[in-house]
Structure formats: structure tokens, C-alpha cells
Design a protein around this ligand. Structure first.
Ligand code: NAP
Ligand code: HSE
Length: 437
């Protein structure tokens, strides 16, 4: 592609994020052009329903429902994909790269599943592929892992990387909101994925952790390599008991590299109330990267929403527009020859919080602690809560000393099989080994 005298953008998607990107390109094109050094303009916008009322209002003639209007237009230099999902977004991205167009995407699902293939296509066609908005909204974590932190061997990444779940957990913990009500609010604010199951079941965070871990460790960490537990089983009692024990409950994403082996997991965990991650509330995300040279670096900011995500998408767009005509850097997310392996969640050693409903009669705790003891699991505390005299049941909240995940799961199955146990409400990990703030 010869260096253009102006940059034309084809935008695919005009929802929460696309609306912000369109507004930036339509209302602030002069400011953006000044930052780039070349005029930049929005040439076409792909939508599903051209009849929808749009905010911002879009000039007639810009909207299309035909992807070829963007993919086959030689005058469009950069494609911005903010449709979401795998299909048809992934095929549009492949076609755009194959047609020699630079690409900016906010699509964590496609980047997590097909990142290496897309990078190969970008390299073959000598175009750029940037995806800052795919992880943690307005926080510039992807660019830092790909550039500023490259000098480091990264040991670990841990943080809160889904705005919707953090918004829900904050509303449930502090305002006693119901799960469904808090989720509806997150959807209304434009934070949630089109299928919010991806948020609440940890799938979105798994995609994001797959991207971050692959970039950090220079080794492919696929979504299926990551252990996942969502937040949908959490109940008001869990927040109450955790608070009494001195903990907050947060959905954490953690990837660490130890002795040549990577372990990655997404789950709701108890963290000490005075830990910095316990204070990350609402739609805010935070990511801590620990590297060999930089030590611990903390990123904090809004992890979802129109404006923060537009900041990331348009930042990538400016970066690409500045680079056009210059060959891009080598592909990230590729293996660098280190013989790393992926470690199963079974090998995790951590403390646990277990909440269960049991028959309220003598000897019950002895049966449970025998099973846990036989599994090598030592109890740290036991609290009996909310006896239900009518049902003759009681709620037990047990915390343990560090134990192996595989032993815990085996023992839990045996505990669940006891005639005196009526319900296992929740098993959560206590990330007590996180350093205090
Ligand atoms: P959204 O509000 O659901 O918008 C999706 C847009 O894509 C809509 O304009 C829709 O058209 C269009 N679209 C969907 N399927 C299409 C198809 N088959 N052909 C043509 N157009 C299609 O989604 P969003 O929240 O903006 O998210 C977009 C992407 O950004 C996702 O990958 C998401 O994970 C990522 N992201 C979102 C956020 C956030 O806070 N929302 C933050 C970071 C990253 P119509 O308008 O005509 O229906
Ligand atoms: N649904 C995502 C979230 C959007 O809530 O974090 C940002 O990637």
C-alpha cells in the first residue's frame, strides 16, 4: 500500500463502543488529524439495523449493512471492528487483514481464540493489528505489555479485569443489591457483553487473561488453559460472612509463571479488606504486573463503558495512522522458544472458604472435619450461622489453612455425600498470599 495523503476509516459496529468511536471521528477529526499529521475521516459504518435511532446521530450515507462496502473499498486504510462475538467478526478481521487493511479491534473473544492466526495474517500482509480495548477498557495494559515492559521477565499478572462483575459485586457488597438488579444496571450502563453470561460466568475475563498472559509470558495461553468459576452462585450471606471474617469478595484473574510452568485462573476469591484490590470498586479494573526489573506495577482505571473504551480504540487508531507506511514491529503472542508448560488448577495450593448447610445435631462437624483431615486439609476457623429450628439445619462457614485444590475437590465431594449435609453453598479461594496494600 502506498502512503496515503489522508486516512480513511471503516467502522464495523455502532453500539456502546462504536458510538463513542464514531463521535470522536466525526466531532474531533481536526484534533485527531493534528495528532496524526494527516487528515483522518470516517468513510463507512457497518451496522445490522440501519433504521435504529443512534446516539450520536450519524449523517445519512455513512451507514451500510453490507460488509463489502468496507472490506472491498481500496480507499479504506483502517478497519475498526467493534461488533463483538466470533461470527462474523473473526471472518471480517481476516478479510480486512488479507486485503492489506490495518485493523483495530476491541474483540477479546476473537483475539484470545485466533490472535496468533490474525498476527500471521497481519505480518504476511505487512499491516498492523492493535487491540488495546480488548482488555480492561481504558487502561493501557496491552500496549505496556507489548512495549514498555518488554525488558522484563514477567512473573505474574493479577487483577480485576471485568467491569460488569466488579460493578455487580460492589453493588451486592455495599448496597445489598440483588444480583439480577445489579446486572441490569451494568447492562443499562453499556458495560456488559451482548450475552452477559460471558461476564458473570468469567468467560470474558478468561479471554482477557488469555491475551494478557500470552503477551506477558510470550507463550500461548489459550482460553481452555485457564480455570474458570463465575460469580452467579454468590449470595448475600457470602458477602456478610466474608466481611465478618475481614475479607472482600472480588472476581480475580491470576496468571503466574513458576519453575517453567504457567498457572492461570479466574474465580471469585476472598481478599483481605485492607488489600488494594479490595478497594477497587464499581466498573473500575486494576491489574498488577510483577516483572524482573520493574517489580510490581499497578494499573487502575475504568474497565468498561463507552468513553474509556473509545480512549483505547482511538489511541490505537492514532498509533496505526502514525505508523502507516512504516513496517510494524514483530508479532507478539508467539512462542519465544522457552520450554514452558501449563499447570492444572488441581495443583493450586491456597486457603479456602466453604459455606454449607448441615443438620443441626451433635457430631456433624466431626464428620466433616474427619473427611477434610483425611484429605490433608487443616481447618483455620469454623463459624455456625443462622440455625433454622424448623428445618433443624444450620449454616457452617469454614476457612482452611493452605491445601491442594485436588484434595479440596475430592474432600468436598465426600462432604456433599454425607447424609447430614443438605447443601454446599459455595467454595471460594482465599487469596491471602496477596501482599497487603
Ligand atoms: P454492542 O453495544 O452490542 O454493539 C454491537 C454493534 O455491532 C451494534 O452497532 C450492532 O449493530 C453491530 N453488529 C452486531 N452484529 C452485527 C453483524 N452481524 N453485522 C453488522 N453489524 C453488527 O457492543 P459493544 O458493547 O459496543 O461491544 C463491542 C465490542 O467491544 C465487543 O467485542 C466487546 O467485547 C468490546 N468491548 C466492549 C466494552 C464495553 O464497555 N461495552 C469495553 C471493551 C471492549 P446494530 O446497532 O445495528 O444492532
Ligand atoms: N463486558 C466487559 C466488562 C466490557 O464488563 O468488563 C469490557 O471489556
Amino acid at each position: 500500500m502506498t502512503a496515503p495523503v489522508e486516512i480513511n476509516v471503516g467502522l464495523m459496529g455502532l453500539g456502546s463502543v462504536g458510538g463513542g468511536v464514531a463521535a470522536a471521528l466525526l466531532d474531533r477529526s481536526e484534533t485527531l488529524s493534528n495528532k496524526i499529521g494527516l487528515p483522518i475521516g470516517l468513510k463507512k459504518i457497518l451496522v445490522r439495523d440501519p433504521g435504529k435511532t443512534r446516539d450520536p446521530a450519524i449523517p445519512s450515507g455513512l451507514l451500510t449493512t453490507n460488509p463489502e462496502d468496507i472490506l472491498d473499498d481500496d480507499d479504506i486504510h483502517v478497519v475498526v471492528e467493534v461488533i463483538g462475538g466470533t461470527d462474523p467478526a473473526a471472518s471480517y478481521l481476516k478479510r480486512a487483514l488479507s486485503a492489506g487493511k490495518h485493523v483495530v479491534t476491541a474483540n477479546k473473544e476473537v483475539m484470545a481464540q485466533s490472535g496468533p492466526e490474525l498476527f500471521r495474517l497481519a505480518e504476511q500482509n505487512r499491516v498492523n493489528l492493535l487491540f488495546e480495548a480488548s482488555v480492561a477498557g481504558g487502561i493501557p495494559i496491552v500496549g505496556c505489555l507489548m512495549n514498555e515492559l518488554l525488558a522484563n521477565d514477567v512473573f505474574s499478572i493479577r487483577g480485576i479485569i471485568n467491569g460488569t462483575t466488579n460493578y455487580i459485586l460492589t453493588r451486592m457488597a455495599h448496597q445489598g443489591a440483588e444480583f439480577q438488579q445489579a446486572l441490569k444496571e451494568a447492562q443499562d450502563k453499556g458495560y456488559a457483553e451482548s450475552d452477559p453470561t460471558n461476564d458473570v460466568e468469567g468467560i470474558d475475563a478468561v479471554y482477557k487473561l488469555s491475551i494478557l498472559a500470552s503477551l506477558a509470558f510470550h507463550h500461548r495461553v489459550a482460553p481452555q488453559d485457564i480455570y474458570r468459576q463465575g460469580i452467579s452462585t454468590l449470595e448475600a450471606n457470602d458477602f456478610r460472612y466474608a466481611n465478618e471474617l475481614g475479607y472482600a469478595i472480588k472476581s480475580l484473574a491470576i496468571a503466574s509463571l513458576e519453575n517453567g510452568s504457567i498457572q492461570a485462573r479466574v474465580y471469585p476469591a476472598l481478599i483481605p479488606l485492607d488489600h488494594m484490590l479490595a478497594k477497587v470498586d464499581g466498573v473500575y479494573n486494576a491489574v498488577e504486573v510483577e516483572g524482573s526489573l520493574c517489580g510490581k506495577v499497578l494499573f487502575h482505571g475504568m474497565g468498561a463503558g463507552r468513553e474509556p473504551t473509545t480512549s483505547a480504540v482511538v489511541g490505537d487508531l492514532i498509533e496505526i495512522a502514525r505508523r502507516i507506511g512504516v513496517q510494524g514491529p514483530p508479532s507478539p503472542m508467539v512462542q519465544n522458544g522457552r520450554p514452558l508448560s501449563i499447570r492444572s488448577i488441581d495443583e493450586l495450593e491456597t486457603r479456602y472458604y466453604l459455606r454449607l448447610t448441615v443438620a443441626d445435631r451433635p457430631g456433624v462437624l466431626a464428620q466433616i472435619s474427619k473427611i477434610l483431615g483425611d484429605g490433608g486439609i487443616s481447618l483455620a476457623s469454623v463459624i455456625q450461622k443462622d440455625s433454622d429450628p424448623a428445618q433443624q439445619t444450620a449454616e457452617l462457614v469454614i476457612t482452611t489453612h493452605p491445601a491442594r485444590e485436588a484434595s479440596m475437590q475430592r474432600s468436598l465431594q465426600q462432604v456433599a455425600g454425607l447424609e447430614v449435609v443438605t447443601r454446599i453453598s459455595n467454595l471460594l479461594r482465599i487469596e491471602g498470599q496477596l501482599d497487603p496494600s
